[in-house]
Design a protein around this ligand. Structure first.
Ligand code: DGJ
Length: 715
């Protein structure tokens, strides 16, 4: 049971979680909040033992406050590390001097929330720090509310991060993070941190392919996949963001982050409030595997809109088959073929609307193209439904082509600067969603689309980064707020659509995995992991993805060979086994699949339906990384340990080494497990843990899936 207690004598708050403890306390003069402890579960008394009276700084050129372990650093006084908050008041005063005002906490069924309010000593700014913990979890959710209580004009926010994390003082830390580019998302990188700042960020208006707002820290690179202490953090924000990990001259490491302060100014008028996005911290002493499993459980139980037990249906998407050349007939045919395989959602991608025959035109005109669908979409949707499938549709609502009715009517609706180019990317411009009229138009357009059709799945795409992020009409009213307001209005539209159409599931896509973060995950059922569907590349992308995000949300398609991205050809069973490691979809041109391929696909889809709840909602153990050898393997265990699914993927066999032994994890040692897929062999949990599961992989690109079910019988 998560629990937050307050110790009045030491003025400390102790946050107890499932297996970890977090402790903070006020400085004696109440002018700063000090971090005291974040690590394995300890009794409150031990946490309080760590409280140290503040001492005057003995370091020349430094102050005791500037050198202290502050929970949230307001810029002012002698503080020189990366701050969390920097403001300018209407009279030109810059810098904050705050004092503690009050605190409170609320308990809910899920957990407990603590808030601590600080007030500037001379100006009407209050800063409320929030901390939320959940029963059964090891996350601390932190966010901040800024309020201009009035009387001295607007307060300009120049930098406003959401939290500052402070792992304990140790020897050097290693930083692990996820980076990439289009077609190469969520690659794992690590670096030993020396003195100075390591900055991860997006300045693109969206989360980005380049860096994902997730990090992990461990001391001296001691953590492994299975063991060791790891402190991790992730931002719930889908716009430009920044995380700064800074090692200070006296050895202290801290990590602050939130909405990117680059090109950012936000006027907080009298009476206005601003809630900053949530920054979530998580501690585990079970290595990177333990950290990932804890992130996954948190996402399934507290972040995603669907219940923790829900499973994602198997999806077909026609993009790689027909691209922009969609029409009623070819989609009908693909739908028949998909249904025959056992697919559950049929999705038409780009090309169904406006004058969208290629990427030069049409974005913005969200009405059905009558040349391609003379009877509209409803006859096709009815057929898809009769075939037993849901119907899904692709949209890219934040974008417009110059060649579109929308742009011709509203050229001022895109981000632009006066006297500057409007730089196109993929021939498109970004709509200024910070504008309320654009927000209204977007909501009304999509609401109409969903109201007039039985659409049960929406793929929401976003295929370019921002450029020229200007809003000339607002020149007087700080147009730099677009960095924040675009995302807030995006969230608003999604939230409203979900409220009005609760039967519709959403997928977040941004040219593949360019918008994957905890913020969007609280509003969508799944994400499109990458446009790169090459099975071998996908093993790497999917491994990195799994560090931070749950397999259920990771959409994986089986597509055609040679793969359009890599020109590689691999067997169908290997492609299926890789895609079955997340949420399974099919993206190939089924009209070209042979009878044998269809038969194989039908059988894999039937198998996947039997095991998907374990894969999507179980506990993931990464047994072998694709980065370290020619065989990769992953294991999924049902929460009650009753079922186990193991995948082994071998890509290039050498020296005739066929047999791979995979010691399994997370099983009941004295239970017995039967191999359901193959010969029914019975293994004890202890055998599987110690001797391991033996898998025979032959030649290049061979793979296996083993499904073990706990039985009552003994050997
Ligand atoms: C980029 C996406 O990642 C693809 O899956 C596809 O939807 C295209 N956009 C369509 O333009």
């Amino acid at each position: 049971m998560a629990d937050i207690t307050y110790d009045a004598s030491s003025r400390c708050w102790i946050l107890q979680m499932e297996a970890s403890t977090y402790c903070i306390g006020l400085s004696q003069d109440e002018s700063s909040l000090q971090h005291i402890y974040w690590g394995p579960h300890i009794p409150a008394a031990t946490a309080l033992e760590m409280v140290q009276p503040s001492k005057p700084s003995r370091a020349p050129f430094e102050s005791s406050t500037g050198n202290s372990r502050e929970e949230y650093v307001p810029w002012g006084e002698m503080r020189f590390s990366e701050p969390s908050l920097k403001v300018e008041y209407a009279d030109g005063t810059r810098g904050i001097e705050w004092l503690f005002e009050e605190h409170g906490s609320e308990r809910s069924e899920a957990g407990q929330t603590l808030w601590l309010r600080f007030r500037d000593r001379a100006y009407p700014l209050t800063v409320t720090l929030y901390y939320r913990v959940y029963n059964g979890h090891d996350v601390v959710e932190r966010w901040v509310r800024l309020e201009n209580t009035g009387g001295s004009g607007p307060v300009t926010i120049e930098q406003a991060f959401s939290a500052d994390w402070r792992p304990p003082r140790r020897e050097r830390y290693r930083l692990t993070y996820l980076h990439g580019r289009w077609g190469k998302e969520t690659q794992i990188a690590e670096t030993m941190l020396g003195p100075g700042k390591f900055v991860l960020e997006s300045r693109r208006g969206t989360t980005s392919h380049q860096f994902n707002p997730w990090i992990a820290l461990d001391s001296e690179a001691r953590a492994t996949e299975e063991s060791g202490e790891v402190w991790s953090a992730a931002l719930a924000w889908s716009g430009s963001w920044k995380i700064v990990v800074e090692t200070m001259p006296y050895g202290e490491l801290h990590c602050t982050g939130g909405v990117n302060d680059f090109d950012f100014r936000y006027p907080l008028n009298e009476g206005a409030q601003l809630d900053l996005p949530t920054f979530v911290g998580l501690y585990s002493n079970e290595g990177f595997g333990g950290v990932s499993r804890r992130w996954h459980r948190y996402e399934l139980e507290q972040v995603l809109p669907a219940s923790p037990e829900a499973v994602r249906p198997i999806l077909y998407n026609s993009w790689e088959a027909t691209a922009f050349a969609v029409n009623e007939q070819n989609q009908m045919e693909l739908a028949e073929q998909a249904a025959a395989l056992g697919v559950e959602v049929f999705v038409i991608d780009d090309g169904w609307f406006g004058e969208r025959n290629n990427d030069l035109a049409g974005l913005g005109d969200w009405t059905v193209n009558r040349e391609k669908f003379p009877r509209g979409l409803n006859p096709l949707i009815a057929r898809v439904n009769t075939l037993g499938m849901q119907f899904g549709l692709w949209v890219e609502p934040e974008m417009v082509n110059r060649d579109s009715d929308l742009y011709r009517a509203h050229p001022d609706w895109v981000y632009h600067f006066r006297n500057r180019s409007r730089t196109e990317s993929r021939h498109q411009l970004v709509l200024n969603l910070a504008r309320n009229d654009v927000r209204e138009w977007m909501f009304m357009t999509l609401d109409k689309l969903l109201s007039e059709h039985n659409i049960e799945f929406v793929k929401w795409d976003m295929n370019r980064s921002f450029s020229e992020p200007g809003w000339p009409d607002e020149a007087e009213h700080n147009p730099q707020r677009v960095w924040l307001d675009h995302v807030r209005n995006l969230y608003w539209v999604l939230d409203e659509l979900r409220r009005r159409h609760p039967n519709v599931a959403f997928e977040s896509c941004s040219g593949g995995g360019g918008r994957i973060d905890l913020g969007i995950l609280s509003r969508v059922e799944q994400v499109w992991t990458s446009d790169n569907t090459d099975a071998l590349d996908r093993l790497h992308i999917q491994e990195g993805f799994s560090y931070a995000y749950a397999p259920r949300v990771m959409m994986c398609w089986v597509t055609d060979c040679p793969n359009f991205f890599t020109q590689r050809t691999v067997p169908l069973h290997y492609r299926f086994h890789v895609a079955m490691a997340g949420s399974l979809g099919i993206g190939g041109d089924l009209s070209h699949w042979t009878l044998q391929e269809r038969e194989e696909a039908r059988s894999f889809i039937a198998t996947y339906k039997r095991v998907r709840s374990v894969i999507q909602n179980g506990l993931l153990y990464r047994l072998r990384s694709p980065r370290t050898g020619s065989v990769a393997a992953a294991q999924y265990v049902a929460l009650d340990s009753s079922e186990v699914v193991v995948f082994a993927w071998g890509h290039s066999q050498q020296f005739g080494e066929r047999e791979v032994s995979l010691p399994l994890q997370g099983l009941e040692e004295d239970a017995h497990y039967a191999d359901e897929v193959n010969d029914g062999t019975l293994y004890s949990g202890a055998y599987l843990a110690q001797k391991g599961l033996s898998v025979n992989l032959v030649g290049d690109f061979d793979s296996r899936m083993i499904h073990l079910v706990r039985t009552k019988s003994t050997r």
